[in-house]
Design a protein around this ligand. Structure first.
Ligand code: ADE
Length: 231
């Protein structure tokens, strides 16, 4: 997968994308991530990327020209990846990111992520350039940079070969709309608190049944809404 991120704060990305599993995924060529400074696509002599809203009002609006220019340039450089390119705008107005949406988006060969800023973005960008708007939750951040990192992280770990152990994808939270079962490691007793005996039994069938039961119990307690959704 190739991910291009268009932002006015390119320096925000390196500390997150150049660490841990995401760094390794890039090393293994499972994903290529490119960060683009929106200002580089502004033809304005001051590299302006926003302007006052028509009709008046508070705040500035992101201008359409640099955003169209960035996306069109990237699309023309990556023609071999089209039609598997999807242009996504990160905005609180978008579809809420869920594990299901992440799985769907992880199938694309090429994503272009545009980091919006909530004071506004010219409506023509949404209407004529963007394929999908994504929100990471019902709260407002200062911009789309953190949401773009969240989305990228969530998708990259789903790519084949990125996580070492295939099982770690099969039994994690939200699979089958259940939260993950409780996990324990050594010691078998800590501060007088024992590990459930089923996990120490060595009986795989018993362990599997216990885990399913616990996952269901935990989901009922913490996220009963997930059980109503069905698979
Ligand atoms: N930009 C600001 N807040 C956001 C959110 N919750 N999701 C996506 N983009 C945003």
């Amino acid at each position: 997968m190739r991910i291009d991120i268009i932002t006015i704060f390119p320096k925000m990305f390196a500390p997150v994308l150049n660490e841990s599993i995401i760094k390794r995924a890039q090393g293994k060529r499972k994903v290529q991530i490119y960060i683009h400074n929106l200002r580089d696509y502004s033809t304005d002599k001051h590299k302006k990327i926003d302007d006052r809203p028509f009709g008046g009002g508070a705040g500035m609006v992101m201008r359409p020209e640099p955003i169209f220019s960035a996306v069109e340039t990237l699309k023309s450089k990556t023609k071999d990846l089209i039609p598997k390119t999807k242009v996504i705008l990160l905005t609180p107005q978008g579809k809420t990111l869920t594990q299901r949406l992440a799985k769907k988006l992880s199938k694309y060969k090429h994503l272009i992520l545009i980091c919006g800023h909530y004071e506004g973005i010219d409506e023509r960008v949404r209407r004529y350039l963007v394929d999908e708007e994504v929100s990471i939750g019902d709260y407002v951040l200062t911009g789309g940079e953190l949401p773009a990192m969240v989305l990228a992280d969530c998708l990259i770990r789903l790519l084949p070969g990125v996580l070492g152990d295939k099982n770690s994808l099969n039994f994690e939270s939200f699979e089958g709309n259940l939260l993950e079962y409780p996990q324990y490691t050594r010691p078998a007793e800590f501060k007088g608190l024992p590990v459930p005996k089923e996990l120490l039994s060595g009986n795989h069938k018993k362990i599997e049944i216990w885990r399913k039961k616990e996952a269901l119990k935990r989901t009922k307690q913490k996220r009963p809404d997930l059980l109503k959704k069905g698979c």
